[in-house]
Design a binder for this molecule. Structure first.
Ligand SMILES: Nc1ncnc2c1ncn2[C@@H]1O[C@H](COP(=O)(O)OP(=O)(O)OP(=O)(O)O)[C@@H](O)[C@H]1O
Ligand SMILES: [Mg+2]
Length: 507
């Protein structure tokens, strides 16, 4: 960006509305070769809409798109791809029953004189490509069963094989574990060395500082700011994004501990978790920390009755809970906000209001009819508390931005007013402003006497919000650390399986 060359990609004053919803008011962006550029903004700010315009998925209502200084208009994704743009979405879009190589060469397989696909050549090239990315994957492997992280790598390999020189990644790290994030970063840095221009969307601000050189910040569909990353601080970014200063981020209050609300004894599912025992009291937030794959979500699912167990018992407020039936668990006063909210938590074609009230329909039914009024009152209530950005509560929930969908699921479970709330990764995909709201909501709920079990991979959130930290390692609880004694080092070493003695030394 020192010489007089135009940016590789530029968007000027783009707008896009869906019906009455103005998703993008004034989207502008300059993307240069060899930079990793962060696109930041709260949930619903218009980031994904901007990306879909670049990708040819949406056509802007107004504004200009330039590639290497030349005005372009992409009528469809294929045209964007031919212009060198590749987009990697959070949920990969590969074909499960085809091999990695077939996915990469989809529609353009090398063929011999008889029009037969030359598998050898194709596989050889894909293997070479995968090894330049430094990953341990083989071209012939089926995509089915690959982790999301590996599927993303396949998408990146595909982009490279198409000679993409612009790579756009929409929240690629949201569902990755720490080592997977590191691997992705190494790949992105290598691509940057090769002069690829990279646009990177994330809600994790630490990633912005670890990976990017410049940033564009959006608010309410409008570009409000751009800067060199080196010139910014977290506080400065947040206040640009949110348009105000945030007050206390972790509003954890000391609450008197009440009776035992959730009691788990000897819970075992062979090969997944073993002999898990703990209590959560009224007025308490207990965090379940550990690495992805340690078995935390599986324990939650078993308590809630989704997955079977081989041994153990669970009590809610002293009463034994018959395991194996989520409906029984809900009646007993348990709520589970799942980790994968899009897949497990929402009926995408139903309205926001209906989704928000699905768990409490029984209470809203009057004379055999669901009262639409109480339904939208309920949705509006929680919407306000969680700063839900939706123009119309009767719109399908699938039209909300990713983070706002998460808020609907949260609201729907909170509306059941449970005795025990189990919440899996409470702030995944949620912007900083809304994060603070979620923490405030949790703090309010425990003050009102709820018991909360919070599964979280974000250490600051664990340390900021939990009264007690249980750490899981390979299916067992490896540490139970009181708030006063909890720090990053202790939690991490227990998560990695250090022995209690080693823990003692670390502390
Ligand atoms: N197909 C659509 N129909 C109606 N409204 C839409 C559609 N797509 C997006 N919107 C709306 O446009 C706004 C911007 O959404 P967008 O997905 O671009 O936000 P985002 O910045 O990516 O947010 P997040 O961080 O939550 O992913 C939101 O209010 C959303 O509800
Ligand atoms: Mg988005």
């Amino acid at each position: 960006m020192t010489d007089n060359k135009p940016p590789r990609l530029e968007l000027r004053h783009a707008s896009k509305s869906f019906g009455r919803v103005r998703a993008l008011g004034d989207g502008s962006l300059q993307l240069w070769p060899g930079e990793v550029h962060a696109l930041l903004g709260e949930n619903g700010a218009g980031k994904s809409t901007l990306v879909k315009i670049l990708a040819g998925v949406h056509q802007p209502d107004s504004g200009e798109l330039l590639v290497e200084g030349i005005a372009r208009r992409f009528a469809n994704p294929a045209e964007a791809r031919d212009a060198g743009l590749a987009v990697i979405y959070q949920e990969p879009t590969l074909f499960a029953d085809l091999s990695i190589a077939e996915n990469i060469y989809m529609g353009r397989q090398p063929r011999d004189g008889l029009r037969r696909i030359r598998y050898d050549e194709m596989n050889r090239e894909v293997d070479a490509l995968l090894s330049t990315l430094g990953v341990n994957l083989r071209a012939e492997r089926l995509v089915r069963g690959l982790s999301i992280a590996d599927q993303q790598v396949v998408e990146i390999a595909k982009a490279l094989s198409l000679n993409a020189n612009v790579l756009i990644m929409d929240e690629p790290t949201a569902a990755l574990s720490l080592p997977e994030v590191e691997r992705l970063f190494a790949i992105v840095r290598a691509l940057r060395e090769r002069d690829v221009a990279i646009l990177f969307i994330t809600h994790r601000l630490d990633e912005v500082f670890a990976l990017t050189q410049r940033m564009t910040i959006m608010r309410d569909g409008v570009k409000v700011f751009d800067a060199l990353t080196a010139d910014m601080t977290i506080d400065a970014i947040v206040s640009k994004m949110v348009g105000r200063d945030l007050d206390t981020f972790y509003p954890k209050a000391d609450v008197a501990r009440g009776e035992v609300r959730l009691s788990v004894r000897g819970l075992t599912r062979e090969g997944v978790f073993k002999n898990v025992s703990f209590d959560v009291h009224a007025g308490e937030i207990v965090a379940l920390a550990g690495l992805v794959g340690a078995g935390r979500s599986e324990v939650a699912r078993a308590i809630f009755g989704i997955d079977p167990v081989d041994a153990g018992e669970v009590r809610i407020a002293g009463k034994p809970l018959a395991l194996g039936k989520p409906a029984t668990a809900v009646r007993a006063g348990l709520a589970l906000v799942p980790e994968d909210r899009r897949a497990q938590g929402l009926a995408l074609e139903l309205s926001i209001a209906r989704n928000a009230s699905l768990t409490v329909l029984g209470r809203l039914v009057k004379h055999g009819l669901i009262s639409a009024k109480s339904e939208s009152t309920l949705a509006a209530d929680w919407g306000k508390r969680l700063r839900l950005k939706a123009s119309d509560l009767d719109a399908p929930v699938g039209t909300l931005s990713g983070g706002n969908q998460q808020k609907v699921v949260l609201g729907k479970w909170l509306a059941t007013n449970p005795k025990v709330l189990i919440i899996d990764e409470p702030t995944r995909g949620i912007d900083v402003g809304a994060k603070a709201e979620v923490y405030r909501t949790l703090a309010d709920l425990v003050r009102e006497g709820m018991a909360v079990l919070m599964i979280s991979s974000e250490l600051p959130e664990v340390l900021g919000m939990a009264d007690r930290v249980l750490v899981m390692h390979e299916g067992r609880i490896s540490a139970d650390i009181a708030r006063a004694d909890a720090n990053e080092e202790r939690v991490m070493s227990a998560a990695l399986g250090a022995s209690p003695q080693a823990l003692g030394r670390a502390a």
